[in-house]
Design a protein around this ligand. Structure first.
Ligand SMILES: Cc1ncc(COP(=O)(O)O)c(C=O)c1O
Length: 456
């Protein structure tokens, strides 16, 4: 049998089940076990579980391994750095990998203006720090975020996150001075324009008047330090914002002295077919935050932005014990090398086009596929119980995911209503692996949804 999937036991096998049972006694249930498998090895886009089963990974550790599991350049860079030193604390002693990474991020992020970068440990920490710097620079307190957005699990990041369950329920009080405006989610548009599910860049919310109206009942724009936005929602269901809306919002921000923070934690590092999603929009954010695939599997996040903005806080106001760990910096430099040498963003566009074409073909066959969307290889389908009412079908989504896993494909869901299946496959995955994964996806979809007559 050709292909990379090898199933030796049912999924999960006995060894995975045993470790999950130990986990349940040692780790609180609040940390979810999205799949019931225990992993012992990973390479490229392939996971080996504790029972020797080989599965294709279309989740990429939630968008962390765009360069694939254990990219050879990343492994070598981390090994070499480990032989030198693992930690000295950057605020205490300077080391080159941190400085080099900052220089590289300043160069490759959108805009040719002078920039600065500092490094932290996680996406949520980058969110916290971006807002902290924006408040310092502007002397303003309010922060505006968007509906369906996800920014992390620390107190401020939780406040900026839209979805209540599981991210917010019971965890208040939340950080103050956070205001939420609509995200242009065309498929579920609630504005007074036609809700025809289009994603062609026309947006009924993208006018000056409309934004003035939105802010009139939300917050005084002149008291807002920053707007933080995912240009394509990640956890919120892979919804790319229409360019028209981003243009209007960015101009509105500029006119009111509001800083624009692009949260590129999930969209970054080639995922959307460009190094950063901002490039699709011709957007030059004042601050851009990155994490996830930045360091190819090691924990690292970055806050990059205008030099005048990032230089504002006083000495000692920024930093942390572990931020910019040298192993993670070495990994991130290797990721940037791979992005260039292997032309990973262009490859992502090709892979994404193939996946989107397959999803669209399925959408012609299955009425349960309400929408297919996404930039580059940040592709998703939204499953509905009824195409007319667009009622989200979370149960069907769960059945497709479970069916795919038992057949050897790890898939992840997303969306405020839990009815979106998203693809975050490593961008280095060979075409044959993508095809094999799609074949399994198709089988799981057919088993869960039942083959329906082609739609007219
Ligand atoms: C867009 C976005 N922002 C922030 C975060 C939070 O990152 P972390 O989980 O590393 O704190 C995530 C994580 O999924 C994310 O997708």
């Amino acid at each position: 049998m050709s292909g990379v999937i090898r199933l030796q036991t049912e999924i999960p096998g006995p060894n995975s089940r045993a470790l999950l049972a130990r986990r349940a006694r040692a780790v609180p249930r609040g940390v979810p076990a999205v799949t019931p498998i225990a992993v012992v090895h990973a390479d490229g886009a392939v996971l080996t579980d504790a029972d020797g089963n080989r599965l294709i990974d279309f989740g990429g550790g939630i968008g962390v391994v765009n360069t694939g599991h254990r990219h050879p350049g990343v492994v070598q860079a981390v090994r070499e750095q480990l032989d030198r030193f693992a930690h000295v604390c950057f605020p205490v002693s300077t080391y080159e990998p941190y400085v080099e990474l900052a220089e590289r991020l300043n160069r490759v992020t959108p805009g040719s203006h002078e920039k600065r970068t500092f490094l932290v440990n996680s996406g949520a920490e980058a969110v916290e720090n971006a807002v902290k710097v924006a408040r310092y620079f502007t002397g303003r307190q309010a922060v505006v975020c968007l509906e369906h957005g996800f920014h992390g699990r620390t107190n401020l990041a939780m406040a900026l996150t839209s979805k209540v369950m599981p991210y917010k329920k019971g965890f208040g009080p939340f950080a103050p001075e956070v205001y939420r405006i609509p995200f242009p989610y065309c498929y579920r548009c609630e504005a007074d324009g036609p809700a025809d599910g289009r994603t062609d860049g026309r947006c009924c919310m993208a006018s000056r008047e409309r934004l003035e109206q939105i802010f009139a009942s939300t917050v005084d724009p002149d008291s807002v330090a920053a707007i933080i936005m995912e240009l394509e929602l990640g956890e919120g269901g892979f919804v790319p914002a229409p360019k028209e809306y981003v243009d209007a919002l960015a101009k509105f921000a500029r006119d009111h002295g509001i800083l624009f923070i692009a949260d590129e934690i999930q969209t970054g590092f080639g995922r959307t077919g460009k190094l950063f999603a901002s490039e699709h929009y011709g957007l030059v954010p004042d601050i851009i935050i990155t994490a996830k695939s930045l360091a190819g599997g090691l924990p690292l996040a970055a806050v990059t932005g205008r030099a005048d903005v990032l230089e504002a806080p006083h000495i000692g106001g920024l930093g942390g014990t572990y931020g910019g760990n040298p192993l993670a910096c070495a990994a991130a430099i290797a990721v940037l090398d791979a992005m260039e040498a292997e032309r990973i963003p262009a490859r992502a566009q090709r892979t994404g086009d193939r996946i989107r074409a397959q999803f669209r073909e399925w959408a012609d066959q299955y009425p349960c596929i309400g929408d297919v969307r996404g930039l580059g290889a940040m592709v998703a389908m939204e499953l509905v119980a009824d195409r007319d009412t667009r009622t989200p079908d979370k149960a069907l989504t769960a059945r497709v995911l479970a069916g795919a896993l038992t057949r050897g494909l790890l898939l992840l869901s997303a969306g405020t209503y839990g009815n979106v299946i998203r693809v975050l496959a490593p961008l280095t995955a060979e075409d044959s692996v993508i095809e094999e994964g799609l074949a399994v996806f198709g089988a799981a979809l057919e088993a869960a949804a039942g083959r329906a007559p082609a739609l007219a």
